[in-house]
Design a protein around this ligand. Structure first.
Ligand SMILES: [Zn+2]
Length: 87
């Protein structure tokens, strides 16, 4: 049955083309689908995000960080003090 064989081949080819730009996941920031041929980043939490969304968020975070860094420093000091007490 050569006809069937040919159809199987055509199907296999379509599948592999689909795999070339497969869906990576939904963006952490805009919740839209990310395709593997988009520009994207993957976080340590295995969550992907569009590169453009990531850049936008990073910019926003950097402005927040000025406040957060101060909080972090306070917390670090607190931890150090606590450790000193236990030692
Ligand atoms: Zn996005």
């Amino acid at each position: 049955m050569p006809k069937v064989k040919k159809r199987t081949w055509a199907f296999a080819k379509t599948q592999s083309q689909k795999n070339k730009s497969r869906r990576v996941g939904s963006c952490l920031h805009c919740k839209q689908d990310i395709m593997s041929d988009d520009s994207f980043v993957i976080f340590a939490t295995k969550q992907p995000a569009h590169h453009r969304c990531y850049a936008k968020e990073t910019e926003k975070e950097q402005q927040q960080q000025k406040v957060e860094t101060k909080l972090w420093d306070n917390l670090k000091d607190w931890n150090t003090n606590k450790k000193d007490i236990y030692l």
